[in-house]
Design a protein around this ligand. Structure first.
Ligand code: URP
Ligand code: ZN
Ligand code: ZN
Length: 479
């Protein structure tokens, strides 16, 4: 098989089944330089290096719009930096990540400077940033100027937290101002939809009752806490005539809240994550040393929630699957965010989040193998929709001529065991330990360059990945 590494010759990916928003069809893909030059049957190109994709799917590289690389959380930090995180992404068929810049209430320009310094020269595949917003000026002109500045820097989406009162939570008035001003400037508003005050009340109650183990975590953040926040955010969005993006939707109740809001006229897009599709709260019930590795927020749910999310994904009510990749080592999990020698005092001190950037594309393909997803839904959820929704539609997430040659040749028969030892994240545990999947990327190309082969690094170079300034994520209005 041809390498394509460092070559200036055209590359012809021949004989595969191309899948993207244009459908699934037998088509060759011609790459010239860093871009797709043509897609169609029986392409020929003089002097091209030919790559045989017979029996494989040729899909746009995955776009993961929810990662947390190199993120400080209390006294610990997420285990993957931009080098290991994007390397893991490449091995699993993801060629562009949108990472959340900002660790807390630092000014956005400082967050952006810091994140550029962390990613620059290290990333293996392309990257972009969202910003975390914790305050919005009351003066509408100043508010719009804030978001116009983000858009000018290529940051056309922000996240506001309705949870974490101690660090990040905003009130409804702030969220309403953000929805109005951001939309006017083409910036998409994403929300972490959990009612933070209700979570805090339940956490206090749990502490007082001596319920502090990982198994007690979901009870402090039940589905209704997510649904209530989603309803509130959607009502504000509707009032502001602004679209809303709900990140990491985890429950049937949350999904129902999104559906109802849409029926009532709100424009709400929903994202879920592989861990809510494949795992349940049972993972939190075992011995603490293992259970602590499954703490994330929103928490893992019931099997009924998991099934409802699959249905929502299949029927298009959930548009995006992103990872919320936020791994921590076993050691950091055990010590906790307060970094106490004796370890965390209760589950609220366990750094939250799971690894996922490498396993997302392959895991979601199981939805095709097992029935609920069509090939097109799979590719749209992991690549097409996230690119279109986040201002990357002109360059990523499709096979259209002129877009970046971010391609995955996906072998539907390849077996992969999802143990930490077989993966490339610096997390030393995998939520899917012992699980075998069938279907894995045979080859990942980033802008025409092979960066992974057979799920292993190949020709990867830190610094090959570039910052991608994004176009508007929503149609600007209200100016
Ligand atoms: O537990 C999680 N998900 N940590 C990452 C931060 C967030 O809320 O997305
Ligand atoms: Zn969140
Ligand atoms: Zn997150």
């Amino acid at each position: 098989m041809a390498s394509g590494v460092g070559t200036t010759r055209p590359l012809l990916v021949r004989g595969g089944t191309a899948v993207d928003v244009a459908g699934a069809r037998r088509a060759d893909v011609l790459v010239v330089g860093e871009r797709v030059a043509a897609v169609g049957p029986h392409l020929e190109a003089d002097g091209a290096e030919v790559l045989d994709a017979a029996g494989a799917f040729v899909i746009p590289g995955g776009v993961d719009v929810h990662t947390h690389f190199d993120l400080p959380v209390g006294e610990v930090r997420s285990a993957d930096d931009f080098e290991s995180g994007t390397l893991a992404a490449a091995c699993g068929g993801t060629t562009c990540v949108v990472d959340f810049a900002g660790a807390g209430r630092e000014p956005p320009e400082e967050a952006l400077r810091t994140w550029h310094a962390r990613a620059g020269g290290r990333a293996v595949v392309d990257y972009a940033f969202h910003l975390t917003v914790t305050s919005v000026p009351e003066d509408p002109v100043a508010a719009r100027a804030l978001f116009a500045g983000f858009a000018a820097a290529g940051v056309t989406s922000v996240k506001l937290y309705m949870a974490y009162p101690e660090r990040l939570m905003v009130d409804d008035a702030t969220l309403a101002r953000a929805l109005r001003a951001a939309t006017a400037e083409g910036v998409r508003v994403c929300v972490h939809a959990e009612d933070g005050l209700e979570v805090a009340r339940r956490q206090d109650e749990a502490r007082r009752a001596g319920r502090g183990s990982p198994a007690d975590h979901p009870g402090t953040r039940p589905p209704e806490v997510e649904a209530a926040a989603a309803r509130r955010a959607a009502a504000l969005a509707r009032e502001a005539s602004a679209p809303l993006y709900v990140v990491h939707l985890s429950s049937a109740a949350g999904l129902e809240a999104v559906r109802t809001a849409r029926d009532e006229g709100a424009e709400v897009v929903a994202e879920t994550c592989p861990h809510y599709l494949f795992l349940t709260a049972d993972a939190l019930a075992g011995p603490v040393a293992e259970a602590q590795n499954f703490v994330c927020s929103p928490p893992l749910r019931s099997d009924a929630d998991r099934r409802a999310l699959w249905r929502g994904l299949a029927d298009g009510d959930i548009q995006v699957v992103a990872t919320d990749h936020c791994p921590f080592t076993r050691r950091d999990r055990a010590r906790g965010v307060a970094d106490r020698e004796e370890g965390w005092a209760d589950f609220t001190q366990i750094p939250g989040g799971l690894p996922g950037v490498e396993t997302r594309v392959g895991l979601l393909f199981q939805g095709v193998r097992e029935g609920p997803l069509t090939l097109e839904r799979w590719v749209d959820a992991v690549a097409g929709a996230p690119a279109r929704l986040f201002g990357l539609g002109g360059t990523k997430g499709s096979l259209a001529p002129g877009t970046d040659a971010d391609l995955v040749v996906f072998d539907p028969g390849a077996h992969r065991r999802l143990d930490a030892a077989a993966l490339h994240s610096r997390a030393d545990h995998s939520p899917y330990e012992g699980m075998d999947v069938v279907g894995w990327p045979a080859l990942t190309l980033s802008r025409g360059r092979v960066v992974a082969r057979g799920g292993e690094p190949a020709g990867t170079a830190p610094g090959w990945g570039r910052y991608v300034p994004r176009s508007p994520s929503v149609t600007p209005h209200g100016r």
